[in-house]
Design a protein around this ligand. Sequence first.
Ligand code: HAX
Length: 437
Amino acid sequence: MSTLKEVLRKKIDEHRPRTVKLIKECGDVSLGEVTIAQAIGGARGVKCLVTDISYLDPMEGIRFRGKTIPETFAALPKVPGSDYPYVEGFWYMLMTGDVPTMEQTLEVVEDWKKRSQVPEYVIDVLRAMPRDSHPMTMFSTAVLAMQRDSIFAKNYREGKFNKMTCWEDMYEDATNLMAKLAPIAAYIYRMKYKGDTHIDADPNLDMGGNFARMMGVDAPYDDVARMYFILHSDHESGNVSAHTTHLVASALSDAYYSYSAGLNGLAGPLHGLANQEVLGWTQDFMAKLGGEVPTKEQLEKALWDTLNSGQVIPGYGHAVLRKTDPRYSSQREFCLKTEGLKDYPLFKLVSMIYEVAPGVLQEHGKAKNPWPNVDAQSGVIQWYYGVTEYDFYTVLFGVGRAIGCLANITWDRALGYAIERPKSVTTAMLEDAAGIK
Ligand code: HAX
């Protein structure tokens, strides 16, 4: 049986000539011009990144390696006794583009276990931080601290850099990091919120199962973890966390420097922190009503109050999507099929927001996409299973997002993508181009 790394090597060898041919023979072909609005407005829609790991269609939503979310869940080997797949098998699929067999999946499960021990110095660093630091700050710091163990950086330092084979060091760093992220996240959670009591991993469990165990949350939280990590993994390359990771890696920075930077971008309220903001907004609103589920009229007024005070409605809108995010729908389906959760007042309120907010946003007339994104739904599920510390939610996102970011930068190295260096212009140059005197 071929290992993941062997399969990856074969895929890389097959793929390289395509990239070389495109650059050498078709490098002058235009993918479109850049407008002034795009230059000022966050490069929206500018086609200047390449990835084969996922693609985001504005109307259909995400496809991982060509598969929709339901197709992905259906195709991958399932954890025994669970409806949800192994995260490890999903990693294999994102890396190689192939759906792994059960045997190949279990090989990744074993490989991650061997690499999952969190170094003692990382624990020391976390413990030295003020306990009220945001958990994303702790998480990103832990990832950065591990840079001392980078195989890529060590080999580079020792003069062993080779453009054709350096992806292997990135792969090793990426896998080492991936295997440690969930245990680090669980450590931060228990240190900060559970009286600094910790639970050891069980060698018989997969990554999702162990995460639930180390968090101290009973089944079906293991399934929630598997679903959550897969859904949050990748959203093509232009979003802030993926793009930052790619940008930093393009300077030949290693996986630790790159993903720590990606996490810092994920921590912004317009990106990953939105899941925390959604729950904060929703709960504050319910608290004002004495814990009651509001009427639609009350909800509509609260949404308008938020907009009129100049704030965004968290969990709604998207830079690319123009319909309900299928990652939202997938989590909604989980709620609807889970006894207890489907009648949970907070879920009812989130469902009511789904009915009311798009109309309000349309009438408001600013947001190009009035539909919910992934963050509008995820906090409710966490809250229901007892993970009520909502400043931790972006850390959960960060564990999942690593799967996509790290697979991408492994391929970046393999295909020799160049250091990123777009050109800037001055405002006067824009005025000149626009014919403004
Ligand atoms: N509520 C109120 N106004 C909104 C809005 C919302 N949910 N979404 C967009 N708008 C506003 C924008 O602020 C912008 O206003 P200005 O012209 O005054 O600057 C205008 O509508 C046009 O914005 P857009 O083109 O539709 O959206 P952008 O591509 O600029 O931004 C965002 C996309 C996701 C950042 C935006 O929709 C937003 O702020 N949403 C709320 C925060 C959120 O849910 N973020 C998570 C997104 C998913 C994600 O990355 N998760 O990690």
